[in-house]
Design a protein around this ligand. Sequence first.
Ligand code: AMP
Length: 221
Amino acid sequence: MRLILLGPPGAGKGTQAKMLTEKLGVPQLSTGDMLREAVAAGTATGKKAKAVMEAGKLVSDAIVNAIVSERLDHKDCARGFILDGYPRTLAQADALSAMLRKKRKPLQKVVELVVDDDALVERIAGRYTCAKCGEGFHDKFKQPRNAGTCDKCGGTEFKRRADDNADTLRVRLFAYYKDTAPLTGYYHAQGMLRKIDGMGDITKVKRLLAAELGKGQKRRT
Ligand code: AMP
């Protein structure tokens, strides 16, 4: 399955993408994760992206397009991929279409997770991850079963993203509505966009997404 998950920061794209990778056997391609790795590794790309990300603004199209194009050639994308956080501008969407045409791997689904702004702020303000395995948790919605211990790997160190604060979030939401929201029209015009209600809890959204992804599968494969 070649899929894009669309939606504002905090909509649950990353959480749902992670769960889908296991079910579909395809990787999650999160440009945010890739950029954070580049920043942590101190690569040339990371150095260019660091300040922009900390401010909540968008990294240049040229940088993210190059990262995604290279990543799509990895063997694990042969059966498909879940794009999470990319494309984020119309220019990126055009670049992606051109890349996929060239690689003869057309998109199959674009699903938007629809969530109210107030809920986004609450979700983002409370989220954190295991420093060892990256499993996601939330102060209110998903606490570890044993306090202070990761359910998945037993790690005891957790971290919060530098850009998950109220000020940066405002800038990120502005960037979303200005640059990324027009993509819903872009994919709608191509007859590809599906919307699901992202306001429910993780399990409910997972069920809605599975139902949406199941539609038309027999015809397509
Ligand atoms: P995310 O993890 O998707 O919330 O992304 C975190 C930050 O990485 C964003 O606020 C941007 O600064 C940068 N970023 C991630 N993906 C993109 C993209 N497709 N285009 C531009 N900047 C991006």
